[in-house]
Design a protein around this ligand. Sequence first.
Ligand code: AP5
Length: 223
Amino acid sequence: MNIVLLGPPGAGKGTQSKRLAERLGVPHISTGDLLRKNVTDGTELGREAKSYMDKGLLVPDDLVTRMLTNRFEQKDVRKGFILDGYPRNTAQAATLDGILSGPGLSIDMAVYLDTCEEVIVQRLSGRLVCSKCGANYHAVNMPPKKTMICDSCSAPLYQRADDKEETIRRRLEVYNKESAPVIDYYAEKGILSRLAADGEALAVLDKIIDLVRKNDDSVKVKK
Ligand code: AP5
């Protein structure tokens, strides 16, 4: 299945996408992760994107679209994928349909993770990310077993540069203005599911998996 997870910063898109992708045995494609990798690797794209990301603004569509088009040229997406962080405006939603139509693909399901602002700020201000494998933790909600060390690969954890309170507020403004209309784009196509995502992460994942099964009861979900 080809699934897009939608929602404001901190809704849990990255957390849920990673887990859902593992359970369905498909790749997780995150434009935020791809951009941060370009920044870390010091690519031209990463250098251009960094100034926007640090301010909490959207990176220009052409840069992100070029990066995503390259990702969708890889064969692993043919078995299904979980897309997170794209589309972020209605122009990107239309572009995505175009990118996918090349190899004869389309989005089967969009899941909107509904979360309140108080929860978002609490989640983002405590988020910790693994510097090697990208696993997500939270200082209070989901702490690592050893302080600031990744449970999976033992690499150090760090706080994202855009997780400062002022930048979080800016990202929320940008989301409300530019990204929220994407929800209507998928509602109009009749493929949108909404779910309350303020609860505990495993409970949210179970709800997403229920939705996936309702959508396609032949889909195989790993334990
Ligand atoms: P991106 O990386 O996509 O960030 P975002 O959309 O702002 O979303 P986040 O990663 O902050 O939140 P999330 O919903 O994934 O939450 P998470 O699961 O981590 O983009 C970053 C920047 O890149 C953008 O600002 C923009 O500049 C640029 N960019 C990216 N895509 C772009 C595009 N298409 N076009 C243009 N620019 C683009 O969870 C957050 C925290 O909460 C974690 O600590 C987690 O452990 C915790 N948590 C999660 N779920 C729960 C739960 N249920 N209970 C308790 N804690 C939880």
